[in-house]
Write a protein that binds this ligand. Structure first.
Ligand SMILES: Nc1ncnc2c1ncn2[C@@H]1O[C@H](COP(=O)(O)OP(=O)(O)OP(=O)(O)O)[C@@H](O)[C@H]1O
Ligand SMILES: [Mg+2]
Length: 333
């Protein structure tokens, strides 16, 4: 983060190895790739709009989380687009061109060609095989395009969600934990799936919380992202994220994010909330600091528990209940 609060770099930009809309990894796609190029251009534009929208709304923190997610989706879009380009480049359509050339060459006496030329005898089975290959290519190409369109629509969902949260920035309102948890999970779906993280929801009936939606969303996205990274040390089949809701002391509503990852040594349990504290080589040490700050601003708290290295971690977000919290969102006396 820069001192102005804007993200230092765009993870989406990092993830996308596309120089511009018409070049893929240094190669210019052959003609016929217009649709892919158009989609790329639309995505670049959407990403730009997302950045501007989040900056305008002063939601740089959420933008960082959202852009991480958009970046992940763009990475998979890039992979699929590359596959599609390879498929089109290697297409057997050129064999059809050779058949046409052969027929044209013999167009003066086609009956004679079919009667005498040994190549003509093989033509029927050749064309048959070719049609099978082309049909297979077509089907696989369509499947890849469907994946691409699904990813594009996922990006659209993320942007839509971000905008709907931005529009209510600063507003303290009744929050139903499961709804906001589902939104946070939606923003993290792609990364969680890629890391094979099993998500377990343990929702118990809670009272309504009083909080700012975008702040709670930002906190949960941060906690889920940290949990996912903390579980990188685990076998993919063992990675388990539990999200739990409950009623805490003093009429608070709690949301817990529990992972079975790398764990936290006791000495670090409070240090992790300091600005700039990170143990990850690509970390900024910003997520927990801003999340704890946001929790306090809403009259709540964010705390961490861990039985130690290798024992996983539990982060508890406590928010004031709707009945007792002061209307301005400041700490209850
Ligand atoms: N679920 C977790 N399990 C184990 N350690 C964690 C967990 N969440 C956070 N930490 C520790 O707390 C540190 C600070 O987390 P924080 O989210 O503030 O920053 P970061 O993840 O390192 O970087 P970024 O600012 O990019 O999020 C992490 O580097 C890690 O050491
Ligand atoms: Mg983090």
């Amino acid at each position: 983060m820069t001192s102005s609060g804007t993200p230092e770099r765009s993870p989406a930009g990092d993830a996308l190895s596309v120089d511009n809309a018409s070049r893929v990894n240094g190669r210019t796609p052959p003609n016929g790739h217009d649709e892919v190029a158009r989609l790329r251009q639309a995505l670049e534009l959407a990403n730009q709009q997302l950045l501007e929208a989040t900056r305008d709304a002063g939601m740089a923190e959420v933008a960082t989380g959202v852009l991480h997610n958009v970046g992940n989706v763009l990475t998979s879009i890039n992979v699929t687009a590359n596959l599609l380009c390879d498929r089109l480049r290697d297409s057997k359509v050129t064999s059809l061109t050779k058949v046409c050339a052969l027929l044209k060459e013999n167009s003066a006496d086609l009956p004679g060609f079919f009667a005498k030329d040994p190549r003509a005898a093989k033509l029927t089975s050749y064309l048959e095989n070719l049609s099978v290959t082309l049909e297979k290519d077509r089907q696989e190409g369509l499947n890849e395009l469907a994946t691409l369109l699904k990813s594009v629509s996922h990006v659209k969902d993320i942007i839509w969600m971000q905008q709907s949260y931005a529009s209510v920035s600063g507003l303290v309102e009744p929050i139903h934990p499961p709804e906001i948890i589902e939104d946070a999970l939606k923003l993290s779906t792609n990364a969680l799936q890629r890391h094979n993280v099993q998500v377990v929801r343990e929702f118990t009936e809670t009272q309504t919380a009083r909080a700012e939606r975008h702040k709670v969303l930002q906190i949960l996205v941060n906690l889920i992202s940290n949990a996912k990274k903390a579980m990188d040390c685990k076998e993919p089949s063992q990675r388990k994220l539990v999200i739990r809701t409950g009623n805490g002391p003093d009429d608070t509503v709690t949301i817990q994010v529990v992972d079975n990852g790398i764990g936290i040594p006791e000495a670090n349990l409070t240090r992790i909330f300091s600005h700039g504290f990170t143990t990850r080589k690509d970390g900024h040490g910003f997520g927990l600091h801003s999340s704890a700050l946001a929790a306090t601003q809403m009259g709540g708290s964010l705390t961490a528990q861990s039985a130690g290295p290798g024992q996983g971690a539990t982060f508890t977000l406590a928010l004031p209940g709707w009945k007792d919290a002061p209307l301005d969102g400041s700490s209850p006396s």
